[in-house]
Write a protein that binds this ligand. Sequence first.
Ligand SMILES: [Zn+2]
Length: 401
Amino acid sequence: MKKIIFFKIGLLIIILSTFTFGAKVQYSQWKRGLSLEKYLSLHNISTDILSMLDEDDGLLVEEVGDTRDYYELIASNGVLLQSLIPVGEELQLHLFRTPEGYNVEVIPIAYKKDTYVALLLVDKSPTADIISKIKYRKLANEFTKVLKNSVNFRSIHKNDKMAIVYDQKMRLGQPVGSPDIKVAMLESKKKKNYVFQHSDGKYYDENGNALVQNYMGKPLSSLRITSPFTQRRFHPVLKRWKAHLGVDFGAKRGTPILAAADGRVVFSGWQGGYGNVIKIQHPDSYVTLYAHQSRLKAKQGEQVKRGEVIGYVGSTGRSTGSHLHFGLYKNGSPMNPMQLVKFSTGGLTGNSKNSYLNRKRKYTKIINTIFDENRPSYVWNTVNKRSVSPSDKKYYQNRGW
Ligand SMILES: [Zn+2]
């Protein structure tokens, strides 16, 4: 289990080379709700291999079940040689056959992250134009969400300007997760309304004031983080990849757990490593998860209000001490809950504000210059040369991009 990554890659290559001897590679969509245990038994593999996983990896197993593409290598006699099953956006479970039996480990997903920039003039509406010109509905949804409290979308007219700078993870030529908008601008009545994402993942206006968003409430009346959210990190001692797709809050057994926002309880019961767990579906395709509870209060199907007690802190499932594991998911992908849990109402201050304002000045200058020069609407990838003609690339570089 704790072999170094180079060996793993070597192993992958060796196994992949068996492809030429009749094994076949298969990409399929993971069926919603299919657990890893079920998947293993479908392939006649003992679920005992999961007990070898440590606490963190054991929790990752519970994240399998998103409807995502996974990869299988199957021998000509139908025996599964290996599978790569995504958990979260950055890691995957690597299930592989060895002479002694099957083994499972957590390895990173190879993906690249590029920055894209889109400058458009409104034709029909911002949403319709992003969908028709950029052909990316998720980007249209994110753009609307980010700006909805700063701009009145009904006062947008034809030829108003819009700009989006966003990061996108790509895997096997397909976008992974949601676009991560860094800058959004929409013009209305000759005024350019900007929203910027700061390094804390939250959005602020041009003066560094926090934007009123649909922030979530705290899941406990007082929060003490004992383990932060990480999509992936290389553990220096264990020499392998780890992830923690939620935030752990230390609290005494029996402390009331509060619904972070209004929603419907879509799961209330026992789920493997999570023990007693509740999942709440909120508007805007968010789901929150509350794991390791000593006692569940809210029932499946129940409608709950923000701040309502849904259960009590405990240490059920794979847990070594009393705490709340709090997860947040957007369209099924885990994200850092701290991005949406509101801790303070204030804006940025001090160094944090200065660095924010510097970045803001840089972006607004570039975007304004490009619009002033009447450059035709463009979407381009600032990394991938192929999508930008050489003269365009030079043009944008000269403007400081
Ligand atoms: Zn946790």
